[in-house]
Design a protein around this ligand. Sequence first.
Ligand code: SF4
Ligand code: SF4
Length: 481
Amino acid sequence: MATTTILDTVSPRKPARLAIPQTVRGRYRTIKTVVAAILLTFYFVTPWIRWDRGPQLPDQAVLFDLPGRRLFLFGLEFWPQDLPIAVGVLILGAFGLFGATTLAGRVWCGFTCPQTVWTDLFFTIERLCERLFGKDTLLSNVAKAIVQVTLAIATAIGFAAYFNDALTFPHALVTGAAPMGAYIAVGVLTLTTWLFAAYAKERVCLHMCPWPRFQAALLDKDSLVVTYQRWRGEPRGKKKVPLRSTLTDLSALVREASSFDAGRGDCIDCQRCVNVCPTGIDIRDGLQMGCIGCGLCIDACDDVMARIGRPAGLIRFDVEGSDSAGSFQKPTVRFLRPKTLLYAILCLVALGSSVFGTLRMKSVLVDIDPQRGQPFVQLSDGSVRNDFSFRLAHRLPTLDRIAIHAEGLPGATLRFADAQTGHEAVHLAVPGNRRISDRLFITAAPRRGPSGRTNIRIVVTNAANGATLEEVETYFWGPAR
Ligand code: SF4
Ligand code: SF4
């Protein structure tokens, strides 16, 4: 399949390129602002949402509980054993991104990438400080530094709040009660946020991010990408006579545009599209790796076109292979094509697998492993004991007490480490944090133990209703006879 041409370099920086992109108003600027507001709100607010899971369990709706090796996501609880579900979600995200890029270029980069959102926010801070305190003044630079570092710290704490109790974490940080790891994490995140969003800015998109290198393989002639309409823009240059069209009929506009003489292309070379571009490129040089598809140059140029009385769309999202290419007509996008269908199918498969995996998650997980070292202990009364490590984790709404017995070893007794005597079935209370870890001793009665190794089954039931929670196959060792 033919792919669209992307310059593998970015156009050299124009002298007119400003350190801070100029502000612009328009449709894409509004979309960018709304999307950024939603994402930032989501990022900073999510850890503060509460979710009642009962006593002794965290009430934070989204919490990466690293010590407990589990992720709480509202009503769900994920364990390391659920990794395939996470893989499904990652595959869904990857193919979703491929599909979005094939359809509409780098919309992810232009509107939702954290680097774009934070850099945009930091640019806004810089503009605001310059407006308040003047350009390149000491006061302005100090104000910029203070606000940006504060925002970087807030970003770092916001991220760390996903791994700690958000309600108490900031206070613990300030009072010195947080663990050393928390200070290191917040310090590193503050530094990287400031480095990427306040210092490196567009350099991350231009030189560090690998994604632009992939886009050439994903785009094709039907992809919607930001395009300068060379056919109507060139030859560019300042206009001596204002171009004021009173025509509303599209074909009349086309005729008027095509009747211009060689000195009257629509581009007045005002550099506005370059000066609003967050990566500082000149889209008139053609689609290039530095273009993040944010559409701000479209807003800027549409405004210029309105001022000089020419139709909007000298820069626009366009489809190279569309019938409308090289005309004023809006491009038609072929959404259904082999590549996009393939991505859609792969997304559905990944989504289906993740949902299926989530619905089929085991609610109770029991590990019973023979202790390392000596396989059995011969007691003075002739009985034989095997030691096991016992671990149980569950995510049932309630489970107060479990009962355990062994099958395949008639007359055997069981006991946990703190019990003095064994029984055929033992009970164990399950604490509110839904995890137990203990040592389990299984003892075969004198002269009834097996010779060598024999397979046994340990059955774990809910003591409240007798429902079987788990059956674990393991083995029991006795002296060879
Ligand atoms: S904003 Fe439009 S008119 Fe101005 S330089 Fe860019 S393409 Fe030309
Ligand atoms: S060229 Fe236009 S669409 Fe591309 S990054 Fe610059 S402003 Fe955004």
